[in-house]
Design a protein around this ligand. Structure first.
Ligand SMILES: Cc1cc2nc3c(=O)[nH]c(=O)nc-3n(C[C@H](O)[C@H](O)[C@H](O)COP(=O)(O)OP(=O)(O)OC[C@H]3O[C@@H](n4cnc5c(N)ncnc54)[C@H](O)[C@@H]3O)c2cc1C
Length: 391
């Protein structure tokens, strides 16, 4: 390692340490005391967006002229992992950071005017952004989506439905995947992305009840002749499929970091319990079977951490090759399986207490499946990885 590398590394380390301190304070003071009540109530206060913005968490990775601050993926993953580990709530992370799936297409493909209008208020925590791709007819087969946008003078008119949309009830802006033409020869043409402000006439939203992620609002959206200016088109007409696929990589990497944080939360809670709880005259930790469960959890946590670090270092060095995409897909599966294993083991170690509302392990146990389905289901991740690997 040369002198320049070590200076950069120590600077980055300082930044990461300061960031972790901020996240610890934010979580300890503002999230952990309230998260159970927010989950039970089915929402967290909108003011939390303002607070996260004040701390610079919403703007990470966005350009400074739009109110953001430069951030590596390592920094962004630190936010996902630490807040997941400490807060233990996927619903909170999913909604507080939905702009990270809703805004990138606006940032990369929206006009300068649209970017200036939409991005700064979202990064200030005043407005909420979301992404709508999935439809009642299916989510995995993106190329088959049915919601249409028909050009009418200087507008598009949108008709159709979207479902399972995170932050869909509260969002002020939704980046929507629409069909603007026939499917191409490979089945992926004819799809476009368009930004829809939610105060338009003809948009109706219905709240959905879920197994987990309770404090995140999830919506069914219905578009009945919704008129949106053609200037809200993101990129070229027909370029939507590629935009969607690129956007998924960031979402899947963030979900991997979240899944790891939740696995660690389960480990932390189980270890704490195992140290305190006594059976047959000894703490649970003194029983070999329990110690081995904790080691099995740690084994998976360590491999997931190493893989995330490696994949993150590659993207921070500018590598978004087909092999990197394959790694992200496989990593998402591995990380969510680590979370699933750790949630299961933690609930077992906690015994009946792990079945009670209010423990992190109980909540995380309920939140496992969405991590294996949302952002691209496990089976689809394997298929995509196989294709990217040329198998
Ligand atoms: C809480 C929550 C929040 C969400 N938030 C959003 C959001 O903000 N925006 C958004 O657009 N979507 C969102 N989604 C939707 C999510 O992305 C989809 O659920 C996901 O893409 C899978 O689509 P589907 O549920 O329609 O399953 P389907 O596509 O119907 O698939 C059903 C099952 O079959 C499997 N399958 C499908 N095709 C194949 C195949 N060829 N071979 C083998 N197996 C196959 C799938 O892997 C899956 O297990 C959310 C979902 C949930 C649960």
């Amino acid at each position: 390692m040369n002198a320049t590398t070590s200076i950069i590394d120590s600077e980055q380390q300082e930044i990461l340490t300061a960031l972790t301190d901020t996240l610890t304070r934010f979580s300890t003071r503002e999230i952990e005391p309230n998260i159970h009540a927010w989950d039970e109530a089915g929402e967290f206060p909108r003011s939390l967006y303002l607070r996260a913005a004040e701390l610079g968490l919403l703007g990470m990775g966005y350009p400074e002229h739009l109110g953001g601050s430069p951030a590596t993926w390592r920094m962004r993953n630190t936010v996902s992992q630490q807040l997941s580990r400490m807060g233990g709530s996927g619903g909170l992370l999913a909604s507080l950071f939905t702009h990270n799936i809703g805004l990138p297409p606006v940032l990369r493909y929206g006009s300068e005017t649209l970017q200036q209008q939409v991005i700064p208020p979202v990064l200030r925590g005043e407005k909420i952004a979301a992404l709508a791709i999935t439809e009642p007819s299916g989510g995995s087969d993106v190329a088959a989506l049915r919601c249409t946008a028909r050009r009418d003078g200087s507008d598009y008119i949108i008709n159709g439905e979207k479902v399972f949309i995170t932050s869909g009830m509260r969002a002020d802006y939704i980046t929507v995947a629409v069909r603007t033409g026939e499917a191409g020869s490979k089945g992926s043409g004819g799809i476009s992305m368009i930004l829809v402000p939610t105060d338009v006439a003809g948009l109706s939203r219905t709240r959905l009840e879920k197994m987990g992620w309770w404090c995140s609002d999830t919506a069914h959206l219905r578009f009945d002749n919704v008129r949106v200016p053609a200037a809200n088109l993101l990129g070229d007409e027909g370029a939507g499929f590629k935009i969607i696929m690129t956007n998924f990589n960031g979402e899947r990497l963030s979900m991997s970091a979240m899944a790891l944080g939740f696995a660690q939360a389960c480990f932390d809670e189980a270890l704490d319990w195992a140290r305190q709880r006594k059976t047959f005259g000894a703490t649970l930790l003194e029983h070999q079977v329990i110690r081995h469960k904790l080691v099995d959890m740690q084994m998976r946590i360590s491999s997931t951490q190493a893989w995330i670090d490696a994949v993150t270092a590659r993207v921070d060095a500018g590598d978004t090759s087909a092999d990197w995409v394959a790694q992200v897909c496989m990593l998402k599966n591995h990380a969510s399986q680590t979370m699933q294993f750790c949630a299961d083991q933690a609930v077992q170690i906690l015994g009946a207490m792990g079945f009670m509302r209010g423990t992190k392990s109980e909540r995380i146990y309920r939140e496992v499946k969405v991590m294996m389905i949302g952002g691209g289901a496990e089976e689809i991740m394997k298929e995509l990885a196989a294709r990217q690997l040329g198998l």
